[in-house]
Design a protein around this ligand. Structure first.
Ligand code: NAP
Length: 285
């Protein structure tokens, strides 16, 4: 009798460790030159999920021996005032990476604020220049969640080349950059969004499915091709992903859990980029 093949659970924790491990010696070398990598995080407003993300990023920095500077701005902050803060950080030699937590309150021009971040300190690949570098496969700091998704595929030696990857979501920090990264790795990529017709049929044709929607348990079992690799970038209230894990796990060939899937690898990518930015900026000086 053929036993049913168990899906591979793509635990993000060992992937995150594999990204962080080489950073210790880099941090030591920088310390010997009197440099401590420092990530500045900017939180505008009081969204509790955003506050949690920023806190987690600061804690992760501390655990690794990286400094973090947390800037919290009032909800009523104007675009001009936010840009002025970013410019100060651009000009501060003790800061190596700048992370503006998305989303900002709706009255702020988020794109203008992202564009104010110096390309040398754009450790989350949010600027147009960072995005373009990523599109050409030449980004020193690709967006962290897309980088995390590729790191998971690589760590678990899952084939990308020639596969049909279906990405649900087209945000500039997640859906679009991860689609380009998969394309650069020779996947055939379909990008879906809120206006996509026959979404479930398209997802069912995917060998690799990336869920980046922001809706809890959105992807259902009937949408999944048996044996598909599922990467769930979603992180919704109650620690729930964008994929209905209980339904999809038995059908998938491999699947990221939520939590402990893409999230910790995203943070590890951010730490890696910050240390690398400190190395590059200190060489340039
Ligand atoms: P976003 O900016 O809100 O983008 C969501 C995307 O989903 C949009 O492109 C939207 O399409 C699409 N969408 C919405 N409803 C849809 C539907 N019914 N059918 C198909 N597509 C639909 O969100 P985001 O920043 O990319 O984040 C997506 C998810 O990832 C969220 O759960 C977020 O919390 C999570 N996230 C996780 C990490 C991590 O470290 N794990 C990091 C960042 C984000 P339109 O473009 O047509 O509106």
């Amino acid at each position: 009798m053929n036993a049913k093949k168990q899906p591979v659970i793509l635990n993000g924790l060992p992937v995150a460790e594999s990204l962080k491990e080489p950073l210790f010696s880099s941090i030591e070398k920088l310390a010997s030159r009197g440099i401590v990598p420092c990530l500045a995080t900017i939180l505008v407003g009081d969204d509790p999920s955003s506050a949690t993300y920023v806190k987690m990023k600061g804690n992760a920095c501390r655990r690794l021996g990286i400094d973090s500077k947390r800037i919290t701005l009032d909800t009523s902050t104007s675009t001009a005032a936010l840009i002025a803060v970013i410019e100060q950080l651009n000009n501060d030699p003790s800061i190596h990476g700048i992370l503006l937590q998305h989303p900002v309150p709706p009255h702020i021009d988020e794109r203008a604020a992202f564009e104010a971040i110096s390309i040398d300190k754009d450790v989350d690949g949010v600027t147009m220049m960072g995005f373009a570098q990523n599109a050409f496969g030449a980004a020193p700091y690709p967006s962290c969640t897309p980088a995390a998704i590729l790191a998971i595929l690589d760590y678990y030696q899952l084939k990308v080349e020639g596969k049909h990857a279906v990405v649900i979501g087209r945000s500039p920090i997640l859906g679009k950059p991860v689609s380009l990264m998969l394309l650069n790795r020779n996947a055939t990529v379909t990008i879906c969004h809120s206006k996509t017709e026959n979404l479930s049929d398209i997802v069912r044709s995917g060998d690799i499915v990336v869920a980046a929607v922001g809706r809890a348990k959105f992807v259902k079992a009937g949408w999944i091709k048996p044996g598909a690799v599922i990467l769930d970038a979603g992180y919704n209230a109650g620690n729930v992903g964008d994929v209905d894990y209980a339904e999809c796990e038995p059908i998938a060939g491999a699947i990221t859990p939520v939590p402990s899937g893409v999230g910790p690898v995203t943070i590890a990518a951010l730490l890696k980029h910050t240390v690398e930015a400190a190395e590059r900026l200190s060489m340039a000086r």
